[in-house]
Design a protein around this ligand. Structure first.
Ligand SMILES: Cc1ncc(COP(=O)(O)O)c(C=O)c1O
Length: 478
């Protein structure tokens, strides 16, 4: 596989300047030109805005300070999902970007929604209890009691929110005071930082560091440096956010690693948010360990789960926060004053789906365990393709994403103020019709250099989609 220069792409750019985009940018304006910063940025921006909005040009400029975005969320405007997804749709690319399945959700779960929607119980179509539909919180308590090895009060120790996102938002806003420090382990799910900033908290970053190099490595090789981690804790530290299995890396934290975090939490009286939305997806002999089950950690941990991830229905957007009453209460108050409650038919459907799962636990029909079995061959296939084309995959222990180093594929990239991986992803989407996610979106500015040679692939996709992506990579220089 030879690296190609992507600066001389004008002829290839010509090919995609069709339809709406060509009205804005005639083909001839690019042919024969080297792709410079303004051209590339402008092109991507114009394509995106022309596709998704026709109103911007007509809008009256409102320059008064009063129309400015609130100070506490300034600097958080950029969003990788919005930007890259737009471009992928516009380019009709093979999309291994955002984390959602392109295959059908499990039949029994979809049936639960149909049954809920067709229910002639009037209440199913009306507001339900603010903190969670009673049938859903009861099912969750029943599912998680044996997992956490304790009784869970469905009314006071569980909150249902709009997705794992809503759970994160509610607990962060519900706990953080201005000036509180929040330790965020890198790479982190990108919304943690803006959510902490929106609460006027101070994000403090600590990166997982790669400890191995080679053609193929494992997410297990990315580790926290214990003394570096411990140096981040002080009297102002309120929270640490831990994501295991991790997105984007796929790292599944081992018990010993969690023990280090737990000891520091106890020593400095810190609360732990355990984002475990990929809890059911681990591979090989990797076991998902919950930090809340470590000694004396239940009292200081809230664990976050997602129906979207659990049942491969990301569009349903229901999440849960589970933990001790004194912490869940903080999230409940935020939630009641924000969304108030989540859609009842969705909650009813997830409740019914979980009841089915509870009855199937330990059997081959259990979706909670069969999904990982279905995903593992996809992971292995993608890893072998990436290794074959020289992309040095970091094979994940869990989740459904894989990081890989793209530096063997390209020698240089269009210049821009953007991080290298963003430029590469945009270039690849436009020129190769393959979309992935730039992982610097999961890093602070200070540490983004650690991954700007990487991209993140999502492999919860049909085999045929993964094969299409493989063809693109294998025929890179054709
Ligand atoms: C680590 C992590 N946490 C939380 C979420 C949000 O989950 P939901 O889609 O249920 O809002 C995601 C979604 O991708 C995620 O990757």
């Amino acid at each position: 596989m030879h690296a190609v220069s992507v600066c001389n792409v004008s002829t290839r750019l010509g090919r995609f300047c069709t339809g709406t985009a060509s009205k804005l940018l005639p083909l001839t304006s690019l042919t024969g030109l080297r792709l410079r910063k303004q051209t590339f940025d402008g092109l991507v921006q114009r394509i995106c805005s022309s596709f998704f909005s026709t109103s911007t040009v007509r809008e009256k400029k409102m320059t008064s300070k009063k129309f400015e975005i609130a100070k506490r969320i300034q600097g958080t405007e950029k969003n990788v999902w919005v930007d890259i997804s737009k471009l992928a749709v516009q380019q009709k690319s093979v999309n291994l970007g955002q984390g959602f399945p392109d295959f059908m959700a499990p039949e029994h779960v979809v049936q639960c929604l149909k049954d809920a929607v067709c229910s002639d119980t009037p209440g199913v179509h009306q507001y339900t209890r603010s903190f969670g539909h009673p049938r859903l919180v009861s099912a969750l308590a029943q599912l998680y009691e044996p997992i956490f090895g304790r009784q869970i009060d469905p009314m006071t120790e569980i909150l249902i929110s709009i997705g794992g996102y809503g759970s994160l938002f509610s607990i962060i806003q519900g706990l953080v005071n201005p000036g509180d420090e929040v330790i965020i382990i890198e790479p982190f799910f990108d919304c943690y930082m803006p959510m902490v900033k929106a609460a006027c908290g101070v994000p403090v970053f600590v990166p997982l560091r790669p400890t191995a190099a080679g053609q193929v490595t494992s997410s297990a090789d990315w580790k926290l440096d214990e003394s570096e981690l411990s140096s981040k804790f002080n009297s102002k530290t309120k929270l640490i956010i831990l994501n295991t299995p991790n997105n984007p890396l796929g790292k599944v934290f081992k018990k010993e690693e969690l023990q280090v975090i737990s000891d520091l939490c106890k020593k400095h009286d810190v609360v732990c948010i355990a984002d475990e939305v990929y809890e059911w997806m681990t591979y090989d002999d990797n076991r998902h360990v919950r930090i809340a089950t470590l000694p004396d950690m239940w009292e200081r941990t809230v664990t976050i789960g997602s129906a979207g991830k659990t049942f491969s229905v990301t569009g349903w957007k229901l999440g849960w926060t589970i933990g001790p009453k004194h912490l869940v209460h903080c999230a409940q108050i935020m939630h009641q004053n924000c969304a108030y409650t989540c859609p009842t038919p969705m909650q009813e459907a997830v409740a019914r789906g979980l009841e089915v799962e509870i009855s199937r636990l330990g059997t081959p029909e259990s979706y909670l365990t069969s999904l990982a079995k279905e995903l593992q061959p996809k992971r292995d296939y993608l890893a072998s393709v990436l290794a074959e084309v020289g992309m040095k995959p970091v094979v994940p222990q869990g989740g459904y994403f894989m990081m890989a180093d793209y530096s063997n594929l390209v020698s240089d990239l269009p210049e821009s103020d953007e991080a290298k991986d963003f430029r590469f992803v945009k270039w690849m989407t436009i020129n190769k019709k393959l979309t992935v996610i730039p992982p610097t979106a999961f890093y602070s500015k200070e540490h983004e250099h650690m991954v700007d040679n990487y991209v993140r692939f999502c492999f919860i996709k049909k085999d045929s989609t993964l094969q299409q992506a493989a063809q693109i990579l294998k025929h890179w220089n054709d």
